[in-house]
Ligand binder design. Sequence first.
Ligand code: HEM
Length: 395
Amino acid sequence: MGLRGTYRERTVEYKVPKNLTFPYVFGVLALITFALQIISGTILVMYYKPVITHAFDSVNYTIMKEIDFGWLFRHIHAAGANFFLAIVYLHMFTGIYYNAYKKPRELVWIVGWLIYFTLLVTALTGYLLPWGQLSYWGTVVITEIPTSLADAPILKDFFGAIGETISMWMKGGYRLEDLALGRFFGLHVILLPLLLLGLVSIHLFLVRAAGISNPEGYEIDKEKEPEKVVPFHPYVTLKEGAIAMWYLALFFFFVFFYMHHFLPPDNFEPADPLKTPPHIAPEWYLLGFYEVFRSIPSKFWGFVAFNLILLLLLLLPFLDFSPIKSARRRPLFFVMFVVFVISCMALTILGTMSPTPTNAKLGMFFTALVFLFFLSLPVISVIEWGWYKTKGGQA
Ligand code: HEM
């Protein structure tokens, strides 16, 4: 089968930049977490029952109490979902910081964005499955969001009908019931993981094809500059393997000792459509978008704003057309990157708080800063093209 040749080609003969920094490990950590999710998810699906009369008990009694080590696999899966999104966010921020979305890696970024979006939908569909109070009401909040289109300044009926249709389609009726649970289950265990698997494979193929970027932002010619690269094995495998061990130690520390962060007490109460819990908010990885949505006074514009942020994120390679790469060599970009990171964190924190008028104003302020980051990119690019030309095309 020529396996020995393939092994050499993929490991010892495959060269990567020597100067890769710590954050370059997040891609591999995301891969490890993905594997953990597939394994633990497969065990859970053996005992889970996707009907509203049995779903809660199948998770909280059968899996948590009756099946040997069922609790362990549930803990791994619930903590894994949070770790997965945290790692993917860190991976995305790394890509933005080092401008890894730029030529020749635009497609790596676009496929990465598709992974991110699919991952959010996967998390959303999985959240409903335990059929606890938080699962139920969290999903109610999210599935009601499209109805805000009815608040449109013009063509209210038209937009309202679209929003209502999307919401009804997500819920499978006026209320979340068996139909919704069955659909969410099917998507969560079959279609979305398959999609993720396909997208991650394409992503890795594209990373190989374009080559990994490097913190300095110069493209390395592996033939002409052999002193700037090292073989993937044993250098990167050992370095990232060691970091992966630390990561797993941290992960399992949470799994064994700190699970109340990932399985909040409210979700140990079965879903009750007649009893709304006092504080319902989406999971932390959606809070930034949720805060953008609710801090803008018009629901319609709130809906448009958070969708626009998702779109701008996708279009990043085209908004930032400066020939210079990496925040290390781009002072203006560096400042805007810091503004962006702080704003994302502030929006996430505000999302956990009650929507007082002051918090809403702060929410609007940080939303404006997020837009400022995206809109500043073409301006910074034009300025940097000027510098680039005066330096005789030296990026
Ligand atoms: C399941 C989720 C994901 C996995 C397993 C994954 C895996 C990887 C791996 C192993 C690499 C190569 C090494 C590295 O830079 O870490 C990589 C690179 C990259 N990924 Fe991902 N990734 C995922 C999600 C994403 C997302 C959501 C984005 C952006 C929206 C993204 C954007 C990129 C970019 C731009 C690179 C190139 C980095 C460079 O060349 O410096 N990835 N990914």
